[in-house]
Write a protein that binds this ligand. Structure first.
Ligand code: GUN
Length: 283
């Protein structure tokens, strides 16, 4: 049976460390602050934004929420971002995605100052991650790397397979594994003989968004299985992409979903906000 990677516990430890560092920064007159922009009232986005506010409060990070109507124009949104970019008391800016129809996420994200881009979605930060010289890494892939590190799971020289090629998870995840000297293969919806490739993986990261997408026959015995998926199953329960019950019998390590990668994503946003505050203060 696999060791179950406890992302919830590790995230709680990280939050405690961040809280202590925030307190030290405040003694130096630096008050970390995150601006969170929510446009419209998508229930999932509202839930995520509330969690982000709660996490910030726990760590002593100030969060300012801008809840804008779905009818907000792109010019208004860009105006708010310009104001926040220019405000030295705001260190991080996050625009919750997806945006309502008619607003260009690409244009909006590109308007955020790269130094305040705590999601690391700005093209400049994407490029830096690609080059391996970055301050901010996207929260989910960064959280996965922290989990591997915390469980002393080596990456160097190992076969890493990433399933899913999103800009937010799959692509940057592949880069971070590559920077850690993994041998990385990316798979996606057009991959032929997917199971043949996933079975090669020493470390398998799945970010597809489909219930039970990774079955036991797709996993090499002893592999490390990281489930980034967050889906609702037929019974209305939150579940990942991996057939957990079957795969935990053959993997060496596995993340549960929920309780694995999700809490780490949240913790890494706090970490990036702390980094942004230190960057602004030249600490
Ligand atoms: N929507 C879903 N995940 C994310 C995220 O990590 N950041 C932002 N800004 N929006 C999201």
């Amino acid at each position: 049976m696999a060791v179950i990677i406890d992302g919830k516990a590790l995230a709680a430890r990280l939050r405690q460390q961040i809280k202590e560092e925030v307190a030290r920064l405040k003694e130096q007159g630096v008050h970390p602050c995150l601006a969170v922009i929510l446009v419209g009232d998508d229930p999932a986005s509202c839930f995520y934004v509330n969690n982000k506010e709660k996490d910030c409060a726990e760590c002593g990070i100030k969060s300012i929420k801008y809840a804008l109507p779905a009818t907000t124009s792109e010019a208004e949104l860009l105006g708010l971002i310009a104001k926040l970019n220019a405000d030295p008391s705001v260190h991080g800016i996050l625009v919750q995605l997806p945006l309502p129809k008619g607003l260009s996420a690409a244009r909006v994200i590109t308007a955020i100052s790269p130094d305040k881009d705590v999601d690391a979605f700005h093209p400049e930060n994407v490029g830096r991650v690609m080059q391996g010289k970055y301050t901010f890494a996207p929260c989910t892939p960064a959280g996965v790397m922290k989990l591997l590190e915390a469980y002393s799971i080596p990456v160097e020289g190992r076969e890493c397979v990433v399933v899913g090629r999103s800009n937010i998870v799959g692509k940057p995840q592949a880069m971070l594994l590559l920077h850690a000297n993994g041998t990385v293969t990316m798979c996606h919806s057009k991959t032929v003989n997917l199971a043949e490739i996933t079975r090669r993986a020493d470390i398998l990261v799945c970010a597809v968004g489909k219930v039970n997408f990774i079955t036991a026959d797709m996993v090499k015995p002893g592999a490390v299985v990281i489930d980034v998926g967050m889906n609702v199953n037929d019974e209305g329960k939150l579940t990942g992409d991996v057939d957990f019950a079957a795969v935990e019998k053959i993997a060496s390590y596995i993340t549960p979903a929920p309780g694995g990668v999700g809490p780490m994503t949240r913790a890494m946003l706090l970490d990036n906000t702390l980094k942004a505050a230190k960057l602004a203060a030249k600490i």
